[in-house]
Design a protein around this ligand. Structure first.
Ligand code: NAP
Ligand code: G4F
Length: 346
């Protein structure tokens, strides 16, 4: 058969059904990853926490009516503290790919609730790994596992940081992520699981939680511009972060699970900026002039220990995954500032 005809027939064949399960589906990254996977034709299942208020704002636009035929997005109640439910969901959904994006993800808060942070951010990953190990053994099915590891694990290690840089965490959150990262590697080495760590540097978007510094700044600016607030209170303005754009980082997560072999990858932009630079540029973008008129330092936002500088060395991801960031720092600032200003107007 001629090559071209063979290709046409192949393209017409229905795509193999792909099923993904996302822990942390209601978070910033969970929502972008869900969009990406649905676009790629996946059936997407997500675990959500029961809350007394709505916690699904980031995925509401993806909801499908429960009786709709051909529905591809499904939700289940559960919690990373609850191994039984994690197991039940995995056995019910039979996923090909599992993404663990769930965590108590706030560094400053982790100093206030260290034990809880360890239980969810650290042990939560182990609960999923154990469930996958049993599921594979009992059903003979293969599951690929993505762990949301973090540049916070590098702590005070000298930049630029790559896959071989030692972890010297500076927070209960960072230490819990190191535990989860090590467990992911261990299950790969000891039991042959297809388990990978995406070591992602800070990534932001209009869907970023309001208490992380970038969103706190852009939301604060929108409120000042609208006359709702006079001041913005911040902590350490000298810390340097490698800030990228979240949707692009979620593409990298997916790419890691499409490789022939499981491995760990650093994802970031390779550029670093101070919090002060983010503030300065954001106020300028909003047309508010000199930021010093509006910003006050409040020591309550200082941390008992700080990660002073993060810069990603992404050579491996560029070479193996063929991934590279597209959105520049100043464009990220622009996207976030105007989204908050326009939303407040609405
Ligand atoms: P996020 O917006 O804070 O989302 C965290 C998700 O975890 C939410 O869906 C949250 O549910 C869920 N969650 C929290 N506690 C849970 C529990 N006990 N049981 C089940 N689910 C729970 O975080 P993100 O920015 O999307 O980040 C995704 C992951 O990547 C996190 O693990 C984070 O630590 C890690 N990470 C983030 C960055 C970054 O710069 N964004 C960088 C490196 C690594 P609710 O919506 O109900 O709160
Ligand atoms: O926005 P942040 O809270 O992010 P942080 O601590 O870097 O953690 C984020 O990135 C990690 C990846 O490296 C993720 F794993 C983690 O889940 C999270 O997404 O703080 C950034 C910097 C810090 O140095 C902080 O001290 O901003 C400084 N900062 C100054 N004023 C502030 C504030 N941070 C917050 N949250 N609030 C302030 O008022």
């Amino acid at each position: 058969m001629p090559k071209a005809r063979k290709l046409i027939i192949l393209l017409r064949l229905p795509m193999k059904k792909r099923v993904a399960l996302i822990f942390g589906v209601t978070g910033q990254d969970g929502s972008y990853l869900t969009e990406l996977l649905l676009k790629k034709g996946y059936f997407v299942h997500g675990m959500i926490r029961r809350a007394s208020t709505f916690n699904t704002a980031r995925v509401n636009h993806l909801f499908q009516e429960i009786h709709k035929k051909g529905r591809k997005f499904f939700m289940y109640y559960g919690d990373l503290a609850d191994a039984g439910t994690i197991r039940k969901i995995i056995y019910k959904v039979k996923p090909h790919e599992i993404y663990n994006l769930a965590a108590q993800s706030h560094v400053k808060v982790s100093f206030e609730i260290p034990e809880y942070t360890m239980d969810i951010t650290g042990n939560g990953a182990l609960r999923i790994l154990e469930a996958i190990r049993d599921f594979q053994l009992e059903t003979g099915r293969k599951v690929k596992f993505y762990q949301a590891s973090s540049s916070e694990m590098f702590g005070v290690s000298k930049p630029p940081q790559n896959e071989n840089t030692p972890f010297i965490p500076q927070s209960p959150y960072g230490a819990a992520k190191v535990f989860a990262c090590n467990m992911t590697k261990l299950y790969r080495d000891a039991y042959g699981l297809f388990a990978v760590n995406g070591i992602l540097f800070n990534h932001e978007s209009p869907r970023r939680g309001e208490t992380f510094v970038t969103r706190k700044i852009t939301r604060g600016i929108a409120r000042i511009k609208a006359g709702l607030d006079k001041k913005l209170y911040l902590g350490n303005l000298d810390a340097k972060r490698d800030w990228g754009y979240a949707p692009e980082f979620c593409e990298a997560m997916w790419l890691m699970l499409q490789q022939p072999k499981p491995d760990d990858y650093v994802i970031g932009t390779g550029e670093t900026h101070t919090v002060k630079e983010f503030v300065e540029l954001s106020f300028k973008e909003a047309g508010l002039g000199n930021w010093k008129k509006y910003v006050e330092i409040d020591p309550q936002y200082y941390r008992p220990a700080e990660v002073n500088i993060l810069i990603a060395d992404t050579k491996k991801a560029r070479r193996v995954l063929k991934w590279k960031p597209k959105t520049k720092f100043k464009d990220l600032v622009k996207i976030m500032v105007w989204d908050d200003i326009n939303n407040l107007k609405k």
